[in-house]
Design a binder for this molecule. Structure first.
Ligand code: AMP
Ligand code: GLY
Length: 416
């Protein structure tokens, strides 16, 4: 079997590594992949991007299955495009991808189907948005409607900040269209959890829970990033929380997908806020999380390819997803300066000798050397019987890795 895997992050390296474990898989083309996928068993990087070019590649190379990592190709309709040519692809269609691609669409969907979420208003007119904010409690959360590479959410601590955020989004248009419409939302206080799951549109099978660490500095300080580290399972996801999630979030979501006639055979990622007053849905993503994937897949005992094939055949109800009875911790090593500007092209050493698994993100292989190429460079994942063992192991393992300006948080998985 030949697979085309779209994307270039640590998430895609982890997906490639997991899929390669199935003996049916002969080859995984990673488009465009990274320095880690270049070295991974059965993998080959191919420099192609753009949905039309990917389609052409899939046709010319007799690809049996395409798996899409990031949200952009999904929101641009790659699944619809491949299906028109009768090619097998795993992911939601363009309409279902709007659950991530448009925050107002997803909030209206949550409200319509009774999914528990924060109170909100949607505005395309700045004066009306300002009027609404005048009557909101502070802090208030302002979100750009469209995709803004994780930068479109601002938690405003004063009315002045809220008004200047609306100016930035709606008048200065800092997100080039994505902030012309905004969602203004009630601030929820609590702890966050990520629950990735797989669906065939008939059932949703949740994966082990996980927890991201979004801010750049220890103690959750500083700017938001794509994610500086993850642990799984999430210690805050107790039986009680998971029950509330299933009843108040997962089940009504599935009902909505069915009633709206969405073609959703893919991953749904529920971004949760666990509050005193209950479990709330902050957002949907329609793909695996990064770096959540780097802890969820190493704990997965089930064959991921079999699950993907069952989802495409609408046969997930016959499957169970099994996870190791253990904990995982992934620490992201970033380039100095990230999430602001940073330099690239430094040699990375120690990845071959590190124990645990090293997932590459912003790296490239050049003349046999692994070089830094992005902000988040790589992630080191370790597994242990307990969270403490997993995190101690991951911290020990990352010590053997080096590149100029290496930076990582020292408190991933520290639960206070
Ligand atoms: P989102 O893209 O909607 O998940 O928002 C990004 C991040 O902003 C979340 O992971 C939270 O940390 C924070 N956030 C979003 N919505 C809220 C909210 N209603 N209350 C508190 N924090 C929020
Ligand atoms: N780690 C958060 C995300 O993938 O959106």
């Amino acid at each position: 079997m030949k697979i085309l895997l779209v994307g270039s992050g640590g998430r895609e390296h982890a997906i490639a590594w997991k899929l390669a474990q199935n003996s049916k898989v002969e080859k995984i083309y990673c488009a465009p992949g990274n320095g880690g996928t270049a070295l991974e068993d059965k993998c080959e990087n191919v420099k192609i991007s753009g949905n039309e070019n990917l389609l052409q590649f899939a046709k010319e190379n007799n690809i049996d299955l395409t798996v899409v990592g990031p949200e952009n190709p999904l929101c641009e309709g790659i699944v619809d495009l491949f299906k028109e040519s009768n090619l097998k692809i795993f992911g939601p269609d363009k309409k279902a991808a709007m659950l991530e691609g448009s925050k107002s669409f997803s909030k209206d969907f949550m409200k319509k189907y009774g999914v528990k979420t924060a109170e909100y208003g949607v505005f395309s007119n700045k004066e009306e948005a300002i009027k609404y904010v005048e009557n909101c409690e502070i802090p208030v959360v302002i979100k750009a409607d469209g995709l803004a590479a994780g930068k479109g959410v601002v938690i405003c601590e004063s009315k002045e900040e809220a008004i200047s955020t609306l100016e930035d989004f709606m008048s200065k248009d800092i997100f080039k269209g994505a902030g012309q419409r905004v969602v203004i939302e009630e601030f929820l206080e609590g702890v966050e959890a990520s629950i990735l799951s797989i669906t065939d549109g008939k059932v949703v099978l949740p994966f082990v829970s996980s927890k991201d660490h979004k801010q750049i500095f220890d103690g959750n300080k500083g700017a938001n990033t794509g994610g500086m580290g993850t642990i799984a399972p999430n210690p805050y996801c107790t039986e009680e929380v998971l029950k509330a999630f299933e009843a108040d979030i997962m089940k009504p979501t599935l009902k909505g997908i069915q009633e709206e006639d969405m073609d959703f055979k893919g991953i749904i990622f529920f971004g949760l806020m666990i509050c005193k007053k209950g479990v709330y849905l902050l957002e949907y993503n329609v793909r695996m999380g990064d770096p959540e994937t780097e802890v969820v897949l190493p704990l997965m005992e089930s064959d991921f390819l079999e699950l993907i094939e069952a989802a495409i055949e609408e046969n997930l109800s016959s499957k169970e997803v099994k996870f190791k009875n253990a904990s995982a911790c992934c620490i992201i090593a970033a380039s100095k300066g990230y999430p602001g500007s940073y330099e690239v092209g430094f040699e990375i050493t120690g990845t071959e000798t590190a124990t645990g698994k090293v997932f590459s993100a912003g790296t490239e292989l050049k003349e046999g050397k692994l070089l830094t190429k992005g902000g988040r460079v790589l992630g080191v994942t370790s597994i242990g019987e307990s969270l403490e063992e997993a995190r101690n192991c991951a911290y020990k393992n990352i010590e053997s890795i080096d590149f100029e300006g290496i930076y990582y948080r020292k408190d991933i998985g520290e639960i206070k």
